[in-house]
Design a protein around this ligand. Structure first.
Ligand SMILES: [Zn+2]
Length: 300
């Protein structure tokens, strides 16, 4: 079995109780909720509750966590994007009168998925921006590009200074596999700059148990820029002919595969070793992330 570095203390986050979930007050009526693997947030308004996503891993514990805070009904469910790990428990929240809000591209993906766990949105918008006003609370939804999946939203609560950007990065950790499976790597790089343009103090980013700060976004931006610099240098210096010398000329796909593996291996050596002390999971996902970045630098 592959050996991994132990989880550093700074990346651990709070202990999850035996109940399997933890609710954290984020201020201004907003709360974060996590299972340890997935997280999201909800906002208690005068008359009800606005929930962002319903992560698969939380299941019905999301409802229990909300009930622990307030007896008010859930009036709105906002889908950050279409992926089942973030909205696969939405069917537990579904009832008559619930407004399910998303970008229309997200609705399209859900329609195609034909998944009973993900009820279709009943309020969608086209274009870049929409704003919800729920009992005087402003919730700004912005689609700036397909940095994770087409239709993905930044969800900004200006009053509470909270930015919800699900699957944008992992707080105190390196990005999960291949930049969290970004659909478009150049847009992923842009997203870090876009996030830092918002006025926020807390960021909810969808995975693990910690909620972050603008500094955490900056750290992720610095990390992915290092990935890109290492990948670019490796692409410049690793020669396909040399790297694939042992592979027959007529097996072109195999030559490409062997070359890219050599590019990733070289880029791995070029990454500053100090990241071990700054982000958890750096060793776990380094090759996956470099592979995604190197292909993007090569073809985008
Ligand atoms: Zn996702």
């Amino acid at each position: 079995m592959t050996e991994f570095a132990p989880v550093p203390d700074f990346a651990r986050g709070p202990e999850i109780p035996e109940s399997g979930y933890l609710v954290t007050e984020l201020g201004g009526g907003a709360y974060g909720v996590t299972s340890g693997l997935d997280n999201t947030m909800f906002l208690v308004t005068k008359k009800g509750v606005v929930v962002v996503d319903a992560p698969l891993d939380l299941g019905e514990k999301l409802l229990v966590g909300i009930e622990e805070v307030t007896p008010k009904p859930i009036t709105h469910l906002i889908y950050s994007h279409a992926h089942a790990d973030h909205i696969g428990s939405a069917h537990f929240l579904a009832r008559d009168g619930l407004k399910i809000v998303s970008h229309e591209l997200t609705a399209q993906f859900i329609k195609e998925a034909k998944d009973d766990r993900r009820p279709l949105p009943n309020e969608t918008f086209k274009g870049k921006k929409s704003e919800l006003n729920v009992d005087g609370e402003r919730i700004i939804l912005e689609y700036t590009g397909d940095w994770h999946q087409a239709g993905n939203l930044f969800i900004h609560l200006p009053e509470q200074k909270i930015l919800t950007a699900i699957d944008s990065f992992t707080v105190k950790n390196a990005p999960f596999f291949r930049l969290l499976f970004s659909a478009h790597v150049p847009a992923y790089f842009d997203a870090m700059d876009q996030m830092l343009d918002y006025d926020f103090e807390t960021v909810v980013s969808g995975h693990m148990s910690l909620f972050g700060t603008p500094e955490d976004v900056q750290t992720n931006r610095e990390y992915i820029r290092d990935l890109r610099a290492a990948a670019a240098e490796a692409l410049r210096t690793v020669d396909l002919g040399e790297a694939a010398a042992g592979v027959p000329d007529d097996n072109r796909q195999a030559r490409l595969k062997v070359w890219m593996d050599a590019v990733v291996a070289r880029a791995t050596e070029l990454m500053p070793a100090s990241w071990d002390k700054r982000l958890g999971g750096h060793d776990i996902f380094l090759a996956d992330n470099l592979n995604a970045v190197a292909w993007s630098v090569f073809i985008d």
